[in-house]
Design a protein around this ligand. Structure first.
Ligand code: SAH
Length: 464
């Protein structure tokens, strides 16, 4: 038989008198938890910290000024001692144990008859973690890990499921079928709608599913258009990572770093759709059509893009077809290359002394020319962040100078920003094209032009 140091339980304390001995910050933390559980809290302490004073003044808790005495235990369901006086704590503990009242003494396992776990909360969902007092730091670490992988919307998901419990029971009287129904729900498109903030649509879809004659659960495909950031996998969002780990098929292009593609669910089908300058492996229209086709097959399709999908990513075009076809989709922002490169190069894009605005520009040549609003680009106190600018760098610099920008304007090129191979070239506008040529700088590279570039010398921190 397996042995447990303690029996985990969740206590119902709503309306029950509970005593907290102590009036400091630690006591305040415990009072907060007890109040979250709707307990009727009595505090006994010679004095209170400001937070507890406020609660007492607002009659949110009962307060008795003075020292602990046995009479305070009368009618108590649970007691917490949080004073910094071990004698007092020990007295409280003994008195409680004599009367069989559960007692916790903060940070003193020997005096406790129950311990309070580290907690991860999502509405009605609660995960309690305990190491039985062996290693509280480990419990806290685990909690931090869990916090990052459990979507904050799980609370709302649990609430939604609660609302439909009776209906589901009626429709699927057999336990096994019902369980399968819920299992599909929590990892299917309805849950995903909720996570994406489409609560009403989720409610309607679930209602519809339970109303329909069908008793098998049909799965409809969906598309996640996800920004993978500039390269460093640590810059992914929680949501991006979660969707990467549940997708059935992934379409990614060259800009997505291999380390990020690695994080996709192992058994997901991977489709490389290229997108190198001048040699698009799949034409944009083919990608758009493929997304529709895969979703129609009931697949959860992840369209993974470098940076942010809505910044020079043609993300808008890719979901237009989906919208027209009524396929459900969501868009997850990513750290765009300008932001990633700027941070990792120690070049703030705006700065009170140097730049009050920043423009994101495409330097992509069309018929060997750049069709940009040059007047707007040469304004003072402005930073230019130029995407896709390597091939047209000479045209860009020449035109900026022709429209009045100083040839001595500081400029930087960040190649493979946020990657371990990141390289930074600091120069000035007039020399930039030569720098690209001399160093044979290949994409992906971000050009940053403006006075803020001078800050690099002081602020560079990323030295892989
Ligand atoms: N949607 C992407 C941009 C796509 S355009 C985003 O939001 O970042 C592609 C251009 O982005 C590249 O030509 C390059 O200029 C820039 N870029 C993307 N990743 C980069 C990186 N890691 N380092 C430098 N530039 C990058």
């Amino acid at each position: 038989m397996r042995q447990m140091a303690n029996l985990p339980v969740f206590l119902k304390l709503s309306g029950h008198p509970c005593l907290v001995v102590g009036g400091g910050e630690v006591a305040a933390r415990k009072v907060r938890q007890l109040r979250e559980a709707n307990a009727d809290v009595l505090i006994v302490a010679p004095q209170l910290c400001p937070e507890l004073q406020n609660l007492a003044a607002a009659k949110q808790v009962r307060y008795e000024a003075g020292r602990f005495a046995e009479k305070h235990l009368h009618g108590c369901s649970l007691v917490i001692a949080a004073t910094n006086d071990r004698d007092v704590n020990e007295n409280v503990s003994k008195a409680c144990q004599n009367r069989q009242i559960p007692v916790n003494v903060v940070d003193d396992p020997e005096l406790c008859t129950f311990i309070t776990p580290a907690l991860v909360s999502r509405g009605p969902v609660q995960i309690a973690i305990s190491t039985g007092g062996a290693a509280p730091v480990l419990a806290r670490l685990l909690r931090a890990r869990l916090e990052t992988i459990i979507p904050s919307a799980y609370g709302r998901l649990a609430e939604l499921m609660q609302q439909f419990r009776a209906q589901a029971k009626e429709k699927f009287p057999e336990f096994d079928k019902r369980r399968r129904f819920w299992e599909q729900l929590v990892s299917g498109p309805i849950a995903e709608m909720l996570f994406a903030g489409q609560d009403e649509a989720a409610f309607k879809a679930l209602e519809q599913q339970l109303d329909s004659e069908e008793d098998s659960v049909t799965t409809e495909g969906e598309v996640y258009l996800v920004g993978g950031g500039p390269g460093d996998p640590d810059l992914l969002t929680f949501r991006a990572l979660r969707l990467m780990q549940q997708a059935d098929v992934v379409l990614y292009d060259r800009l997505v770093s291999p380390a990020i593609v690695e994080l996709v669910r192992k058994d997901a089908q991977r489709i490389y759709v290229g997108k190198q300058r001048d040699q698009h492996t799949l034409a944009q229209e083919e990608i758009n059509r493929l997304l529709v086709k895969l979703a129609r097959q009931g697949k959860r399709v992840l369209r993974l893009k470098g940076g942010d999908p809505f910044i020079f990513g043609r993300g808008g075009e890719e979901i237009e077809d989906l919208a027209a076809e009524g396929i459900s989709f969501q868009v997850v922002p990513g750290v765009t290359a300008a932001a990633g490169c700027a941070s990792y190069a120690g070049i703030p894009l705006t700065h009170r002394d140097h730049a009050q605005s920043c423009l994101f520009i495409t330097g992509h040549l069309k018929d060997d020319a750049l069709d940009l609003n040059w007047e707007a680009l040469v304004q003072p106190g402005q930073t230019l962040a130029i995407y896709m600018g390597m091939k047209g760098i000479d045209v860009l610099c020449r035109e900026l100078i022709r429209h009045g920008m100083q040839a001595g304007m500081p400029a930087a090129i960040v190649q493979k920003g946020t990657y371990p191979e990141q390289k930074i070239f600091i120069s000035e506008l007039g020399r930039l094209a030569a720098v690209v040529e001399e160093n044979n700088i290949k994409p992906p590279a971000m050009t940053i032009i403006g006075e803020v570039v001078t800050l690099h010398e002081k602020l560079a921190w990323y030295k892989p």
